[in-house]
Design a protein around this ligand. Structure first.
Ligand code: HEC
Ligand code: HEC
Length: 370
């Protein structure tokens, strides 16, 4: 903290304290001149007269008490030259005793809550020694470098392998009604804004209940999606995950390949298609698109590229939307949750998401939201 702000805080604290003390002393010392009948001589509305009675003792005691308490406060908390004197009160953060600041207090509370949460998780949701050992190993690896972007690729790979090793316990949790209800609550708090409270998604935000997956629906895929996010940190100098095609194949090419995409989709009966364009588009697809969407257009989980034949659309399956997707590309971002929610909450979320399209023990979130 700079000397300027430190002095500013000191002046404010002391001025307030001295001001209140001063007002009180002034009032006690200065008696108004009294008339013979004991009133001050002030008359209001012709009838109301003013006496000068002493302040009640209990009131004075409390008032002086608060002034003394103010002094104690100055000793406990950073108020007098906080740049040099941090106050005597402390909190525990990360196993260390540190001076009180509102920030440290927040971290301390978060830590305490997380500890309670983790204990509750271990005792009630996943009382499984092997799982807890695996979670502890993962946490110790993450602690080596808490900032994700600073991790070496070797450490990231190790962490990913340990995340994937938790997959069997996600399956185990997905059969546990209590765990699923906790997962559902977490989903409503953190995920429903994008995926909807029934997890059925919206254009650009995938439906998580339909067993059609961009990045894979096995527990290990879902865990990695939640820990790392998908397509985060999109670099504006790099092509989008679904790269814009117009510069490459021209507007005519865009229209032709869109026609082909519509022709291989399950719901193409609804649209009347142009066979000449389909033939032209098929060639383009075989040259430009198969690398990610596969020769048959059924998509590829390693690229996050959707199946184009199943009639399930992420961005929309009408001609204009498909053309727009191909023309300008798409880059849907799924944020990462590892640093926001921690490993245990992600386990609960993953099991909830997994249960939605597998063994739905708990009905999709809507019922509980009411
Ligand atoms: C800011 C919006 C947003 C939030 C919040 C969000 N997601 Fe996502 N999520 C997305 C987008 C966008 C995608 C699709 C990414 C892509 O296009 O590849 C996605 C993808 C996914 C996938 C992969 C789907 C697939 O088909 O492979 C899962 C699973 C998922 N989200 C779960 C969650 C969970 C659980 C939460 C809450 C912890 C959450 N999401 C919060 C936007 C969001
Ligand atoms: C580098 C890999 C890559 C290439 C090449 C690619 N795509 Fe994609 N495509 C993707 C990804 C990834 C997505 C999903 C984008 C997202 O989730 O934001 C996608 C999405 C789409 C969608 C949206 C599907 C939906 O459900 O709404 C269409 C349509 C599409 N691609 C068509 C094409 C066509 C046609 C070509 C060739 C001209 C092509 N793509 C080339 C990776 C690719």
């Amino acid at each position: 903290m700079s000397i300027f702000w430190s002095s500013w805080i000191t002046i404010l604290s002391l001025a307030c304290w001295l001001g209140i003390l001063g007002v009180l002393l002034f009032v006690l010392r200065n008696k108004p001149d009294l008339q013979e009948d004991g009133t001050t001589g002030h008359i209001y509305d012709d009838v109301i007269q003013e006496y000068d009675k002493p302040l009640p003792k209990w009131w004075l005691v409390i008032f002086f008490g608060t002034i003394v308490w103010g002094l104690v406060y100055f000793l406990l908390f950073p108020a007098i030259f906080p740049s040099h004197f941090k106050g005597f009160s402390t909190v525990e953060v990360d196993g260390k005793t540190v001076p009180w600041t509102s920030e440290n207090e927040l971290y301390s509370d978060l830590e305490k809550n997380n500890k309670v949460f983790t204990e509750n998780f271990n005792n009630n949701f996943l009382p499984n020694a092997a799982a807890q050992k695996q979670l502890a190993t993962l946490a110790s690896l993450q602690a080596k470098e808490p900032v994700k972007s600073e991790r070496s690729s070797e450490l990231s790979e190790q962490i990913q392998a340990n995340v994937e090793a938790l997959a069997p316990y996600v399956k185990e949790l997905s059969g546990n009604q209590k765990a699923l209800m906790a997962g559902e609550r977490l989903f409503l708090q953190n995920c429903a804004v994008c995926h909807g409270s029934t997890a059925q998604g919206a254009p650009g935000y995938p439906n998580l209940t339909d067993n059609d997956w961009l990045h894979g629906g096995e527990p290990e895929n879902i865990l990695v999606t939640l820990h790392n996010g998908r397509h985060v940190n999109l670099d504006p100098t790099q092509p989008l995950p679904m790269p814009a095609q117009r510069a490459d194949i021209g507007e005519q090419g865009v229209r032709a390949v869109a026609e082909y995409v519509l022709s291989i989709s399950k719901n193409q009966e609804k649209t009347e298609l142009d066979p000449a364009k389909i033939a032209e588009g098929k060639t383009i697809f075989g040259e430009k698109c198969f690398i990610c969407h596969g020769q048959d257009g059924k998509g590829m989980i390693s690229a996050g590229a959707p199946n184009l034949t199943d009639g399930i659309w992420l961005f929309g399956g009408d001609r204009e939307t498909v053309q727009e997707t191909i023309r300008n590309g798409r880059g849907g971002v799924m944020p990462e949750w590892e640093t926001k929610l921690g490993n245990e909450r992600i386990m609960l979320l993953a099991s909830y998401v997994y249960s939605l399209s597998n063994n739905a023990v708990v009905a999709p979130a809507d019922s509980a939201a009411k």
